[in-house]
Design a protein around this ligand. Structure first.
Ligand code: FEO
Ligand code: CA
Ligand code: CA
Ligand code: CA
Length: 625
């Protein structure tokens, strides 16, 4: 095992060496990009065009204001805030925190996160959006200090997914409370397990002996969208909702996922025994999945897709490979966890909607191994198959069957030798359908904890700023095992950390610096939108970086420009566009968290509320163009 100090200095030297030969600093903007581009003729075409930048807006400076600030010539207004009624008969939001579960069930959930828009007609669409979690200090008048059974139901109703229709009038999209598709999905909505783990012993509970009918979804982080019109919501930090006031001897697998036999801060297990792990130790196995929802049918049952593996899912970046296979890239957001890829067994049929409905039910899951032998910030990699009976995933090694490989995908990934990553957050596929980008948000354990060595796509010890890795599959075929990768950017602070790895890559400057890239997505023209969930202290390592923000990158030149800044103590997360790309929807999550002095969006002495913002251009043009 490495000794910590030795390791730090050794790898610092390694990085310094790279810095000194300028490969690191020039790399992402020029050298790496050009070698990366040489892999792909389509990307070359983009590169030839890159003298005319993709980014055509004026950069916004950092901000510590309690405001949502967009570039000159742009405007932004709230579309929907936590607690807003989404049905005609639903009560208006009340500041008091005294509204009960019945109201919250008919209102927009809390902590808006990943979202997708589905076009219905030219002036009507339906948006599905995650409500990741809730903040008791604002949800309740008592701040969570005296929880009743109805308070737990209210908290459960603040989680999940909200589906709502929007209509366009005079170029502006607004909620339609009469929308036929409007729906709340919560921690108690009946769902169905599908795929290799459905009905498995490990998914059976006293309350559901079939192991097929879980209730609800929660901690829905980011999302995905399928070409057959469904929404994918990803269950992330599900472990935090389970606990007990009693005692239980839980498995090592529970420990790997952070499920503990102690009291949970959400306190659901006190009045809802489903969340008491001493009584229902299999209940946590029913969470940590990707859930497929039909936003056009409010009576449909959400489907948990166990073929995509169980971990702390961030998003689900789906593409149709040239040969018709559906490929989904998936990050597991925890320090030292992994990056995954699912390839469907069956192929997408563009004109056969019914046949596409179950493409996510069957397929093969892989996990990424990045080769880093050349000690460079680029290299090759391979996808390792997670199929029972292969790669050591056998009974002798503790895997009874394919269901166990999926339920304990993290353990399977370790077994096959996957690379431990700096917290994989969102994955986004470039519109060329070939290059794939993933944010690695930060990792204080890198180079510190055993099994998390510095190198490859995770090049810094105690990585407090994060980076964005990108890869290209062999021959542009996402079903192939081999890929090549490099780093698009390494975030940092070039003012505080001149000339060290913590200054960041050469495309990071005092004018565009930020920390902890998280949400990413491409628009149709290939602009890479980058959202941050970072430290907003604006001091120390983060001096001059201000509140969380959204930036825009040219994926080929490496140029990065700040597009907006959020209010106090928020995270910017969630991104979707109107079909004409003239309205961009962006989520402001938990402004004023932990009692920070925010009154966003209403101002005055109002409670801060998570809010989806609609951004347009004053001249009605395409966002960013
Ligand atoms: Fe919900 Fe990893 O962010
Ligand atoms: Ca995130
Ligand atoms: Ca994050
Ligand atoms: Ca957050």
């Amino acid at each position: 095992m490495w000794k910590r100090d030795e390791q730090d200095s050794q790898f610092s030297q390694m990085i310094e060496a790279r810095l000194s030969r300028r490969r690191f600093l020039v790399g992402t903007a020029a050298i790496s990009a050009s070698s990366f581009l040489s892999l792909n003729p389509i990307a070359k075409a983009f590169a030839a065009d890159s003298s005319s930048s993709l980014l055509n807006f004026e950069a916004v400076p950092t901000s510590t204001e309690d405001a949502f600030i967009v570039p000159k010539g742009y405007k932004a207004s709230p579309l929907l805030s936590w607690g807003d009624p989404i049905f005609n008969d639903a009560p208006e939001f009340e500041q008091s925190g005294k509204q009960g579960s019945a109201a919250q069930l008919r209102q927009f959930g809390d902590n808006t996160d990943g979202m997708s828009l589905f076009e219905i007609s030219q002036d009507r669409a339906v948006i599905a959006v995650n409500n990741e979690y809730t903040n008791y200090e604002y949800l309740f008048d008592h701040g969570g200090k005296s929880m009743t059974a109805d308070d737990v139901l209210k908290a459960q109703a603040a989680h999940g997914v909200t589906v709502f229709e929007v209509v366009k009038k005079n170029g502006e999209w607004t909620l339609d409370k009469s929308g036929q598709r409007n729906r709340r999905i919560t921690a108690n909505t009946p769902m169905q397990m599908t795929g290799p783990a459905a009905g498995h012993e490990l998914l059976k509970t006293k309350l559901d002996p079939s192991g097929m009918k879980p209730l609800g979804t929660f901690n829905n982080c980011a999302n995905g969208q399928t070409p057959w019109g469904t929404y994918l919501t990803c269950e992330e930090n599900f472990n935090g909702y389970f606990g007990t006031s009693g005692s239980a001897d839980l498995s090592d697998d529970h420990a790997r996922y952070g499920v503990k036999a102690k009291t949970s801060k959400y306190q659901w297990h006190d009045t809802d025994e489903r969340f008491d792990v001493a009584k229902h130790p299999n209940e946590p196995h029913r969470f940590g999945w990707v859930v497929e929802i039909d936003p056009n049918d409010p009576t449909s049952t959400p489907l948990k897709r166990t073929a995509l593996g169980r971990f702390k899912h961030e998003n689900a970046a789906l593409l149709i490979n040239d040969d018709g296979h559906v490929v989904v890239y998936l990050g597991d957001d925890e320090r030292g966890e992994h990056l995954y890829k699912f390839v469907s067994k069956n192929k997408y049929q563009p004109n056969n909607g019914a046949a596409n409905r179950n493409l996510l039910e069957e397929g093969t899951l892989y996990v990424a191994k990045f080769n880093m032998d050349d000690k460079d910030l680029k290299g090759s990699g391979e996808w390792l198959e997670l199929t029972h009976g292969k790669n050591g995933l056998t009974k002798e090694n503790g895997f009874e069957d394919q269901a166990e490989v999926m339920i304990f995908a993290r353990r399977a990934a370790t077994q096959v030798g996957a690379t431990t990553m700096d917290r994989p957050e969102w994955v986004a596929v470039h519109p060329d359908n070939q290059h794939v980008f993933c944010t690695l948000t930060n990792n204080k354990n890198r180079g510190v904890k055993e099994g998390q060595p510095v190198g490859g796509p995770n090049p810094r010890a105690k990585n407090n700023y994060g980076q964005i890795v990108r890869w290209l599959p062999k021959a542009g075929d996402h079903t192939k095992a081999e890929f090549e990768w490099d780093l698009y950017l390494i975030a940092g602070n070039p003012v505080v950390h001149k000339g060290t790895p913590y200054a960041g890559s050469d495309n990071i400057t005092p004018d565009n610096m930020f920390n902890s890239p998280d949400g990413i997505g491409f628009d149709k023209a290939g602009r890479l939108w980058i959202q941050t969930d970072g430290k907003y202290s604006n001091s120390g390592d983060f001096a001059g970086q201000g509140n969380n923000q959204m930036l825009c990158g040219d994926p080929m030149t490496g140029e990065v420009r700040r597009f907006l800044t959020g209010p106090i103590a928020c995270e910017i997360t969630g991104l979707t566009f109107s079909p004409d790309y003239k309205t961009m929807f962006v989520g402001v999550q938990h402004p004023g968290e932990r009692g920070a002095p925010s009154h966003f969006p209403a101002g005055g002495s109002s409670k801060p509320r998570s809010t989806i913002m609609a951004i347009t251009r004053e001249d009605g043009g395409v966002i960013g163009a």
